[in-house]
Design a protein around this ligand. Structure first.
Ligand code: MTE
Ligand code: MO
Length: 412
């Protein structure tokens, strides 16, 4: 008779334990059915039927996420504050092209691999797709991302305008190592040149070890063919490495025993340092994070519980920890990392915050599996000087005013 007197509260509490689960199954049989069945609701004659199935789905008319063009039309930034989880819808993936988006007929597409190889070869798209394929989730980030957060900081910048030159997709394609074995790379080869089929003829030198490691010739993006903006019909994809080296519309690879010292790796995409020297071939994107909520232009309507959320990523592997400070850096606490946590991929972090009211500063700090810790702005400026133009991975700060308005700001 003890079972009959178990209250609902006790039942729920006991269900949490293994012993309780047993009690639930005994009591549950007697009590649950009456509550678990629902009356069948007949069709509603007052409602007009909705739209029929369609060949191509579209977003709800109530949702209008948009890329924003920046830099005289050679880039557009992804609305990172409007996204959930870690994936960037393909039509919102950031864009950076030096001479527009070319139209390339997949029937006429060709990739030549030559230089220090036993069997120089031309692959058409069908030939590329005939090789065993892989699909991997990775971020792609322009090394110029974060530029507005380094010098002359303005408070009215959104996450999109600060860091929208990063996106995550599932990339499908053939490992470059497979193609390199097919053509027979000669001993002594150490670099290869990747060349694009756009009017800019983007060319970059890549250490050959990246090909043996995880480089892809990608033709798929989030389950469909690459978007034209992302390099249709095929691009070089170098997980974790700066966007620029991921040559789109790739048409030629030349294997060699030296880098080619192209314009894009000498005049551009190198990092002048404070001491008058420059970093060359700074491929890897260092660990980084940004809070995407709350952030400008959001105003928090109330004090109380808010979930701080953002993305963290590292070109060196997995994110192992993200710490959040809600008091301008005095105290740091571990945020929750949302699964999946994948190497060289956006990772979603969340942190529950009870805003007591009053002005404060929110910060996030990422740590990756190599132990690398996202640096402060001061630290980065000291190491690189003010003249550098790429790789701005320092800690971002959001100021919460006492009226709840959030603006972009300096640390501390
Ligand atoms: N052929 C070619 N490849 C290119 C570029 C280009 O202009 N032409 N831009 C590079 C730069 S600077 C970046 S950041 C990435 C951007 O890739 P996405 O437009 O797919 O986001 O592509 C790189 N590959
Ligand atoms: Mo870029």
């Amino acid at each position: 008779m003890a079972d009959a007197s178990i209250s609902r509260r006790t039942l729920l509490a006991s269900a949490a334990s293994a012993v309780g689960a047993h009690a639930l199954s005994r009591v549950g049989r007697a009590q649950v059915p009456a509550q678990a069945t629902h009356p069948v609701v007949p069709p509603d004659p007052t409602k007009v039927p909705g739209s029929p199935p369609s060949q191509l789905g579209q977003r709800s008319v109530f949702e209008q996420p948009r890329r924003i063009p920046i830099g005289n039309g050679h880039s557009s930034v992804a609305p990172i504050q409007d996204l959930y989880g870690i994936v960037t819808p393909a039509d919102l993936h950031f864009e950076r092209h030096h001479a527009g988006v070319p139209v390339i007929d997949p029937q006429r597409y060709k990739l030549l691999i030559h230089g220090m190889v036993e069997r120089p070869q031309v692959f058409d798209l069908d030939a590329l797709k005939r090789f065993p394929a892989v699909s991997r989730m990775h971020f792609l980030e322009c090394s110029g991302n974060g530029t507005p957060s380094y010098r002359g900081i303005r408070p009215n910048l959104s996450p999109q305008l600060i860091d929208g030159l990063t996106s995550t997709s599932e990339w499908s394609g053939v490992p470059l190592a497979v193609l390199f074995r097919e053509v027979g790379v000669k001993p002594g080869a150490t670099w290869f040149l990747a060349e694009g089929d756009d009017a800019a003829v983007m060319t970059r030198s890549i250490p050959i070890d990246k090909a043996w490691d995880d480089a892809l010739i990608a033709y798929g993006q989030n389950g469909e063919a690459l978007r034209p903006e992302q390099g249709y019909p095929a691009r070089l994809f170098l997980p974790g490495w700066e966007g620029n080296a991921n040559v789109k519309w790739i048409r030629r690879i030349e294997i060699a025993d030296r880098p080619f010292m192209t314009r894009e790796e000498t005049s551009k995409y190198s990092d002048p340092l404070a001491d008058g020297t420059a970093r060359l071939f700074s491929f890897v994107m260092d660990a980084k994070s940004i809070i995407t909520f709350p952030a400008y232009p959001v105003t928090l309507p109330d004090r109380g519980w808010w979930e701080i959320s953002g993305i963290a990523w590292s070109g060196r592997g997995r994110i192992t920890r993200v710490e959040v400070s809600t008091d301008g850096g005095k105290r740091w606490e571990a945020a929750e990392l949302q699964q999946p946590v994948l190497p060289k991929c956006h990772t979603r972090f969340r942190y529950l915050w009870n805003w007591p009211g009053g002005a404060t500063t929110l910060l996030s700090r990422a740590v990756d599996e190599t132990g690398y810790v996202q640096p402060t702005l001061e630290h980065l400026q000291t190491a690189r000087g003010l003249g550098t133009a790429y790789h701005f991975n320092h800690i971002r700060a959001w100021r919460v005013q006492s009226d709840g308005a959030v603006t972009f700001g300096l640390e501390g």
